[in-house]
Design a protein around this ligand. Sequence first.
Ligand code: OXD
Ligand code: MN
Length: 602
Amino acid sequence: MSYTENKKVLDFVNQSAELAQPDNIVWIDGSEAQLAELRQEAVKSGELIKLNQELLPDCYLHRTKVNDVARVEDRTFICTKNKEDAGPINYWMDPKQAYELASEIARGTMKGRTMYVIPYSMGVVGSDFAKIGIEVTDSIYVVLNMAIMTRVGLNCLEALGKDGDFIKGFHAKCDVDAEKRYIMHFPEDNTIISVNSAYGGNVLLGKKCFALRIASYLGRNEGWMAEHMLILGVTFPNGEKKYVAAAFPSACGKTNLAMLIPPKHYLEKGYKVECVGDDIAWIRVGEDGRLWAVNPENGFFGVAPGTNEHSNPNALASTQKGTIFTNVALNTDDMTVWWEGLNKNLPEHAIDWTGKPWNPVKFDKKDKSTCAAHPNSRFTAPAQNCPCISPEFNSKQGVPLSAIVFGGRRASTTPLVYQSKDWNHGVFVGSAMSSETTAAATGAVGVLRHDPMAMKPFTGYHMGDYFQHWINMGKKVANPPKIFNVNWFRQDEDGNFIWPGFGDNMRVLEWILKRCDEKVDAQDTAIGFVPYAKDIDISELDYEIAPGKKFGVEDLEHILEIDKDKWAAEAVEIENYYTNTVKSRIPAELIDCLEALKKNTK
Ligand code: OXD
Ligand code: MN
């Protein structure tokens, strides 16, 4: 049975089937009945484990293969006709060679299996902001995750009509062979191919592949932006609302910031924070001369370890129904889930993320090999579960941005917060971002690397052109958001975090929003506008940096200091990055900012 007359859709599905040769083709209609059947089938085959339905209704656990637990940046390719268009940071493959290689790997790979056709929308179906994708896959896990993370259903085919265009996504699990794993993007053909993986970031093709890599390319051509950003709204005691978008690299706290609960005295005054999105923002120029952002996703694919009642109660609450957990531990006493940092009640009887019995006695939190959950274990939770989801979550036009915030994990050098001098300088600050690596991608953890705008792994074209696009966007808006940089991760000499983070980041957000309204002064420094310590509210802050070492105003002063020598070295580092890594197409406006930083730090 065919659900559409759109020939391009039918051709794509037929060609995919001819190649992969599935026994059956099933169109996903988005109905609860069909999804329920698929869940049942997955439980029967062992692909999903049904959790305690009283404590965690409609929740399931999935384990990936041990070789398939994170995004694989070195196997992720941008396949443009000209190598130069993918730029020097992306891995590139010639499109013809890539299609041939993918066909060779995928040929006949769905024999004896079912191919599911998922029509989905990134953004509210039918809105001006939304874009439609069709993903074919042989994985029920992918279908069920896509049904949480995106808006799936036949209404997406209706929105496409007879000849609408869409993003093609082909996914085949194959043998989950790490040596033959490829995540390929063809931005010139609106196509994505993913083979030999079943890990979310590599296979939920609406997310990183479409909503960032392909969309960033489309955005450059069409005059909008696809960014690795959370979006949050702050309501002030007088009822006024302001929106902030913030870019941090993977596993650096976007979900936590997006859902933060302000300290008690802010709540008592009437402040409220609401979450519009935790990972991706599509940003356009509004008719009113401001930038407007939507979250194209429909759920959260969050990092489980470290999520708890204190760090992010809203995220935890979001996972209590209709959630798929991946690579967390199973508590076999009550069929619930557990991960490091959830609570101090180590389960007595548990199965670890690899499927083996876990020994709580041997657990040493510093030794990852003794962990029950993988450090990049995840929850896929419906956004509507989130207690602080914004009423604007489903808004068709999105929300107007007052501020854009960049940030990374930096043990030293970068202060708690500073503001750029203007839009172009803000673009420079974003382009110069670096952060310590995390478990969200394969490779070493804790290594400082450049990650411009948190988009290093997600920009579908040349990084220099991407910087230029940012500069150009600034020229299109009469009232651009103000741009800031934050660093929640400053450490003392013993490696303890100096700033409390989490809900207390509200104190920094307040300063940021006051700056947007020019309600507070700042120090004009070599790197930008830095707060006076007196202007960051640290009242009722009860935080111990280490046992017996209480956070005080001198610690705040310390993490607001600008060390000129360190910044002189940072300027050299940025210059090296521009010259040796991005290499070409760096906008003149950014070179000017770099020269100014060098001069200011002499
Ligand atoms: C993510 C990531 O999953 O950035 O959001 O890796
Ligand atoms: Mn992300």
